[in-house]
Write a protein that binds this ligand. Structure first.
Ligand code: SAH
Length: 218
């Protein structure tokens, strides 16, 4: 059974204010963070820490990302409701739930089967509709491409080329797809956003240093 009583409501509201004071200004993103029960995505023994603005262990040497980081990446994805979004690194499923609260269609890939199974169970129990798969997410999900946005929640040494190909090309109806990926070594990664501006053209910008677990490429 999930324990997610009223004790968490206030803490969640406080977390939203922390995320806001850390510089995330988008009200839609803040509202999405305010709706996701983070306590459900961590081990019971860590539930009392679920509303600290901290990454926490989820087993297999992986972590649930810090809420400010989740909010920041979500903000950078610049989604509209109905967009198709791929996440690489399902982990706990928390980021996927935040994306669902943004009203987008979420697809997510995780390399560890155990984490995949756990995330699947909790997302299902909380009624989040996410299509999940086990595999190497750095290869993307070609059968579902193109995506309006792709978020990598693990640190990559370099830009995964296969993900670039799977971004939507801009059209009159829709802007080009965005890839948000932390790039760097274990010492820290630069948050990088790449926008597809044409069939063979991309623009990139960088925003701040973060610390993620490594993206493991096969
Ligand atoms: N988005 C997650 C964060 C999880 S940490 C959350 O909200 O909890 C990053 C995750 O990426 C880990 O679970 C790790 O196993 C996974 N990962 C690392 N390399 C991967 C790859 N190549 N393909 C898919 N998942 C990967």
């Amino acid at each position: 059974m999930l324990r997610s009583g009223g004790q968490y409501v206030q803490r969640r509201a406080k977390l939203v204010e922390t995320v806001r004071s850390n510089g995330v200004k988008d009200e839609r993103v803040l509202a999405a963070v305010g709706r996701v029960k983070r306590e459900c995505f961590v081990d019971q023994a860590l539930q009392h820490r679920a509303y600290e603005d901290q990454a926490l262990p989820i087993g297999l040497r992986q972590t649930i990302s810090q809420p400010t980081t989740v909010a920041f990446q979500t903000w950078m994805l610049d989604t509209q409701p109905g967009d198709s979004v791929l996440e690489v690194g399902t982990g706990s499923g928390y980021q996927a739930a935040v994306l669902c609260e943004m009203g987008v269609r979420v697809y997510s890939i995780e390399r560890h089967r155990l984490l995949h199974e756990r995330a699947k169970a909790i997302l299902n129990e909380l009624d989040y509709r996410v299509l999940l798969r086990v595999g190497d997410g750095s290869l993307g999900w070609p059968g579902l491409a193109p995506f309006d946005a792709v978020v990598v929640t693990a640190g990559a040494m370099e830009i995964p080329k296969r993900l670039l190909e799977q971004l939507r090309e801009p059209s009159e109806r829709k802007p080009g797809g965005r890839l948000v990926v932390p790039i760097g070594d274990r010492g820290g990664q630069r948050m990088t956003k790449i926008v597809r501006t044409g069939p063979d053209s991309y623009e990139s910008e960088e925003r701040g240093m973060f610390m993620f677990v490594p993206l493991v490429q096969s």
